[in-house]
Design a protein around this ligand. Structure first.
Ligand SMILES: *[C@@H]1O[C@H](CO)[C@@H](O)[C@H](O)[C@H]1NC(C)=O
Ligand SMILES: *[C@@H]1O[C@H](CO)[C@@H](O)[C@H](O)[C@H]1NC(C)=O
Ligand SMILES: *[C@@H]1O[C@H](CO)[C@@H](O)[C@H](O)[C@H]1NC(C)=O
Ligand SMILES: *[C@@H]1O[C@H](CO)[C@@H](O)[C@H](O)[C@H]1NC(C)=O
Length: 189
């Protein structure tokens, strides 16, 4: 399952308004997967790439055995432009299986799960089957899905997947909120 898009759920905090011009871009610089439990995962890969100033993401998950419980821990840290002070936008834990089944009950999760559905080869739901390649290709998000005002700055997203109370993978992504016209090759740093 792929909940990477959770780093955008900063929208949980700024409640979103649609159909207005956006003057920022979300740029994901890199995604790393660590603490991969190879007892559970045959494969778990994720990569991001930029096309026309937009970030796209591909990922593949193959489990060695059936997975019917997933606890997700997600946290997002943000540093406003020119500020050293870290803001914690969220730090939450939830039942991944439940969210995949019940996304429609929450507008924000629904948006992400619908987006995931559009870009995946098979349905992401529990139980996840062994030896099946769960793939996501060319996943991106629209600035329209964000609130009309998002401060410029850097973010770092942490997502941990646990099953049976054990950490199985940690996904760390870093990126920036850039003004719309910025060339991604000239990022702030
Ligand atoms: C998955 O594949 C492995 C290796 O081919 C095999 O040993 C195992 O029985 C398969 N498991 C399932 C549930 O198909
Ligand atoms: C990815 O999506 C973009 C825009 O939605 C499209 O232009 C591009 O052809 C797609 N690439 C692939 C490999 O599907
Ligand atoms: C990802 O891994 C590389 C190489 O270990 C490291 O330089 C980079 O800082 C990591 N990025 C994140 C977002 O953790
Ligand atoms: C990407 O950003 C650069 C720098 O502002 C701009 O010149 C270019 O037109 C943008 N490309 C697209 C496809 O929007």
């Amino acid at each position: 399952m792929n909940f990477l898009l959770l780093f955008f759920s900063a929208t949980l905090i700024f409640n979103s308004m649609r159909c207005e011009e956006r003057n920022f871009r979300v740029y994901i610089k890199e995604v790393n997967i660590t603490h991969l439990d190879t007892d559970l995962y045959e494969k778990f890969e994720c990569k991001v790439y930029q096309v026309d100033n937009r970030t796209y993401m591909d990922s593949v998950h193959i489990f060695k055995r059936t997975v019917d419980d997933i606890t997700v821990h997600a946290a997002l840290d943000f540093w406003k432009l020119n500020s050293k002070q870290k803001m914690k936008l969220y730090d939450v834990q939830f039942n991944g299986c439940y969210i995949l089944e019940n996304a429609n009950k929450n507008r924000l999760f629904n948006m992400y799960v619908q987006n995931l559905k559009k870009h995946s080869n098979v349905k992401f739901k529990c139980p996840f089957r062994a030896n099946v390649s769960y793939e996501v290709k060319n996943l991106t998000m629209s600035e329209q899905d964000f609130p009309s005002f998002v401060p410029l700055g850097k973010f770092r997203s942490l997502i941990e997947y646990c099953t049976n109370q054990k950490l199985r993978a940690r996904v760390i992504a870093s990126g920036q909120i850039l003004p719309h016209s910025t060339d991604p090759l000239k990022v702030l740093e």
